[in-house]
Design a protein around this ligand. Sequence first.
Ligand code: PEP
Ligand code: MG
Length: 550
Amino acid sequence: MSAAAPAAPAPARPVILSGRPASPGFAAGPLVVQAERTGGRRRAGTPAEERAALQAALATAAADLATLAAEASGDAADILEFQIALIEDDALSGPALDAIAGGTPAERAWTDAIGVLIADYEATEDDYFRARAADLRDLAERVATALSGEAQAGLTLPEGAVLFAADLAPSRFLSADWSGRGIALSAGSATSHVAMLARARGVPMVTGLGSLGAAAALAGAPALLDGEAGTLVLSPDAAATAAFAARRRASEAAAAHAAAAATGAAVSADGVAIAVHINVADPAELDRLDPAICDGIGLVRTELLFHARDGLPDEAEQTAVYRRILAWADGRPVTIRTLDAGGDKPIPGYTLDGEMNPFLGLRGVRLSLARPEVFAVQLRALLAAATDGDLKVMIPMVSVPAEMVRVRAAVAEAAQALSARGAPFRVPPIGMMVEVPAAALALDAFDTDFVSIGSNDLTQYTLAAGRDEPSVAELADTAEPAVLRLIAMTVAAADARGVPVSLCGDAGGDPRLVPLLLSAGLRSLSMAPSAVGRVKQTIAGLSVAAAARG
Ligand code: PEP
Ligand code: MG
């Protein structure tokens, strides 16, 4: 990423930008500006500019690979050498540069050219070449990242810094230390995965601030980020600084009050108990949390385990992580979701590159079923860990009943493989997420042991408003009647079958939406740990019978 420019002279007045709050909290420190991109992508230039951009990206990728190769040995060094040789081979760059000369933007030209090669490698009979297709996908991603202007290396930010960027990939977020720092996005959305990660880690974030324009010259200037009001103030004067400090103090006092409520039970004013579970993005978070704040873990997003490392974790590594989570829960129920990669959570070498619309593409269970060898490893790890506690396994992005039939068959195969090895295991309950309207509309047709509503995706798919699309952020609201009706239908259909139902989307942690979710019939919610105190306070102030009347 681009480093902060030297401090500009303070202007006479502060510059105030307003966006949408995405993660509460405050940060005060120097503004760090990351190169602007549009909607998460570069804006295409003339063919000459696109040619230069691709050549620069190839050179950057080759230099990064050479640095990595110098420190690597064995197989890792072979893979890196293979990737460097490919970058230097005109047979790969030639077709991409020809396409650019014909008017194709650099990203598309690169993705198409390497896509042809990946397909060739995948189609060969030779196991060696088929295995190398994964190295090609990794290379495709590396060059695409370099083209987008983002460096592959981890982010390093000064103390208190406020990072200003168009958008931020979850893997980039995971590469940085955010303590005391904050994120200001010109685009982005409060329901994106990076916003969810920011809330999970207590990192203040504001989205939809719009372009910095002339204020870009203020890189390095003092910045005040207010994740509750959704504002970014650059070069603040004394009055703006004092107002910020007062809001920060008031908010911290309210947060301390909410934290005190976090370990109590969630009971409404009219005595209805609500189960409160937590969502876990990264098992390292658990070390800082007291299990007494929750009735269990309602969602572990395992794709994020796959993000923070090179390559996919093997069976032993996954089993160890799942066991660690169960140990933390100390007998409480734990719902671990199988890999939900794709959409805005790409995993290099696993998800497809260049899909026209990744949110409507090969993601979640679709990808697990398309890559049975990866799915089998995860299922075996889950079945082995299930002997340690009250584990449930949850399947993301289920759209049609046949997917659950295929999942059950894969689980049976995993059980058979463990039993053939003589390894101890248990087949846990297998449930599905309801995050596609098709699943909500026909829930009775699915073979599921439990249901958890993914309100983030259910909202985006019901309203046809992308969760990472700031221009339609107002539309993507779980409070819309169509979404609430699908939630109520899901609860009623699950109740009718005697199948437990919960909700694990971000709506469950939003005090504005909690009364609506309880009215829709939900009595179990899962949320970011940082939301538990506030939600319990909200529940305590509600009469659920009154909420049920709407
Ligand atoms: C959801 O869609 O609401 C959900 C919980 O899944 P994710 O946010 O990880 O897509
Ligand atoms: Mg989802």
